[in-house]
Ligand binder design. Structure first.
Ligand code: NAD
Length: 256
């Protein structure tokens, strides 16, 4: 399928899943507005190899003013956002009674509120064009809980609720809104959790195996490019009647 002439904004695309999705959409012909922290120049070059127009906006998505600037940039430089992928996210692991209040606030702002803000700011442009795709990268933790992840699980459940509402509010249009719910993907966000477990035993490989064995029956990580391909399907005509869904891609995590 060709996304030639469409512009995709992928939040948190300087690393991990967001980068995998950005590369897949660029390969399909989309122009890309990248976002995320760190030096973006190498990532811009990687995406540019597919020939589309590429830009990077450094918005911190915990700040509503910076999200508005990013979308204004996309409108000014790219003619608007046709495909919005809300992907930026962070994690913090602690029991509820030990959970730092500032970590709760930050996770809710980045993993949940930013999805609301970018969606409400992109929708008018999509409605004006009569076409749009919103893909929210939630998590299996949007559908089930795990200990130590109060803020993350609450935020991801919230993203799935928001996805359903936006899916309904856009149901009679050519705009769709869906959530993707990955299981474990080996990115810096998960590597930190493996390192923390490994630090207790001194065996990182064992920590990686144990992390998978606890939840993911396939014993294999989901990859960023598999998530890119699922995003691409949701952007296609074949995906046009997938609306308000929470689509798990999780090596069997939710099947047991
Ligand atoms: P990652 O740490 O590799 O990448 C996160 C990206 O978000 C980076 O580009 C980072 O710069 C950006 N980012 C972080 N805070 C930001 C902020 N305030 N403003 C703008 N950008 C910010 O993480 P990842 O594993 O690729 O996670 C991406 C998404 O996928 C997250 O929403 C995460 O919850 C979700 N997810 C990850 C997994 C997994 O196993 N890795 C599983 C399910 C869902």
């Amino acid at each position: 399928m060709s996304l030639q002439g469409k512009t995709a904004l992928v939040t948190g695309s300087t690393s991990g899943i967001g980068l995998g999705i950005a590369l897949t959409l660029a390969k399909a012909g989309a122009n890309l507005v990248l976002n995320g922290f760190g030096d973006a120049s190498a990532v811009i070059e990687q995406v540019r190899q597919y020939g589309g127009k590429v830009g990077h906006h450094p918005a911190d998505v915990s700040d509503v003013g910076q999200i508005a600037d990013m979308i204004a940039y996309a409108e000014r430089e790219f003619g608007g956002v046709d495909i919005l992928v809300n992907n930026a996210g962070i994690q913090h692991v602690d029991a509820v009674e030990d959970f730092p209040v500032e970590s709760w606030d930050k996770i809710i702002a980045i993993n949940l509120s930013s999805v609301f803000h970018s969606t409400r700011l992109c929708l008018p442009g999509m409605r004006a064009k009569g076409w749009g795709r919103i893909v929210n990268i939630a998590s299996v933790h949007g559908l089930v809980g795990s200990t130590g992840k109060a803020a993350y699980v609450a935020a991801k459940h919230g993203v799935i609720g928001l996805t359903k509402v936006v899916g309904l509010e856009t149901a009679a249009s050519q705009i769709t809104c869906n959530a993707i719910c990955p299981g474990w993907v080996l990115t810096p966000l998960v590597q930190k959790q493996i390192d923390d477990r490994g630090a207790e035993t001194g065996d990182i490989e064992q920590a990686k195996h144990d992390l998978l064995a606890e939840k993911q029956p396939s014993l294999e990580f989901v990859t960023p490019s598999q998530l890119g391909e699922l995003t691409l399907f949701l952007c296609s005509d074949a995906g046009a009647q997938v609306r308000g869904a929470a689509w798990n891609i999780d090596g069997g995590w939710l099947a047991r």
